[in-house]
Design a protein around this ligand. Structure first.
Ligand code: SAM
Length: 289
């Protein structure tokens, strides 16, 4: 029986057999700690009934453990040099589909039609740090139905995503994510759990989309402009900060319509208040045009 995929020895063997070179720009830090792999996968509460989309399988460390617990794994890996490796490391499993694509370019609805038309998948990802936010927002904003997302990312980004109004790291990404899903910090992962060791600390976040949205947003573009405007200059009042994004008279009217104090700071508004305020902008802009 060969060594586990998550052992340093096996990773070294694979790297040397295939002459694989880690690409820093693709965030290639592979997990070498079985306990961490299991802890991440446990958060997904997998059963044989589940379909999992794994983003960035690397050499397949998490993919193998997911395949043992789930019904099927769709593993999307951008690096073509990893495909022959994955074909070897995962050859014992007939419930894994390896797709050589960029997750940011893939059409999620086509993926669903092809592999799981009647199921809501679970997502598991140990993401490259530089594209964490676009990947999460792609899944949340595309109306793609999924059960949960367990995602490893830079610790500071995870802290921003879960933070609440009034916290100094509460910002655009907190509101943008919390509009769609409840984020929970579930794990901290030491740098030593990876090869090569990254120079940042990592945390695992669990995102569970709400069954029903908190407040229905009429226009998502205006919602995002409202949030971005409110956080554009954190020390300014909402009236002044939002005037960077909207006409100042309309800002006054929208704040009044939504019952929000114009001298409040953006960092104090809840997700529901941002949604209400952005709906007020839609009303005000309609009546002023
Ligand atoms: N899951 C493996 C593990 O835990 O050992 C590897 C994680 S590594 C941090 C990130 C992986 O995502 C790499 O294999 C990288 O090639 C892949 N990747 C990077 N950008 C990607 C993208 N846009 N789409 C799909 N995979 C990507």
């Amino acid at each position: 029986m060969s060594e586990k995929l998550s052992s340093s020895k096996r990773i070294k063997e694979i790297v040397s057999k295939y002459g694989f070179r880690f690409t820093k720009s693709l965030g290639q830090n592979f997990l070498k700690d079985d306990n961490v792999v299991n802890d991440i996968i446990d958060q997904s509460e997998l059963t044989k009934d589940d379909i999992v989309i794994e983003i960035g399988p690397g050499i397949g460390v998490m993919t193998e453990s997911i395949a043992q617990k789930a019904g099927k794994v769709i593993a999307v890996e951008i690096d073509k040099n990893l495909i022959p490796i994955l074909n070897e490391t995962l050859s014992d499993y007939d419930n894994i589909e390896i797709i050589n694509e960029d997750i940011l370019k893939i059409d999620l609805n086509e993926l669903k039609e092809k592999y799981f038309p009647d199921k809501k998948p679970k997502i598991i990802a140990n993401l490259p740090y530089y594209i964490t936010t676009p990947i999460i927002m792609k899944f949340l904003e595309s109306n793609f139905d999924f059960q949960s997302m367990i995602v490893m990312m830079q610790k500071e980004v995870a802290e921003r995503i879960v933070s609440k109004p009034g916290n100094k790291v509460y910002g655009t990404i907190s509101v943008a994510v919390q509009y769609y899903a409840k984020p929970m910090l579930v794990l901290e992962v030491p740098r030593g759990a990876f090869v090569p060791e990254p120079n940042i600390s990592s945390s695992v976040l669990k995102l569970v989309p709400y069954e029903d949205v908190l407040v229905n947003v009429i226009d998502h573009k205006i919602f995002l402009r409202t949030v971005k405007g409110a956080f554009s200059t954190r020390r300014k009042t909402l009236l002044n900060a939002l005037s960077n994004e909207f006409n100042k008279d309309n800002v006054r009217k929208a704040l009044e319509l939504s019952g929000i104090n114009p001298s409040e700071r953006g960092e104090k508004l809840s997700v529901e208040e941002f949604a209400k305020l952005s709906n007020a902008f839609v009303e005000v802009e309609k009546s002023s045009s």
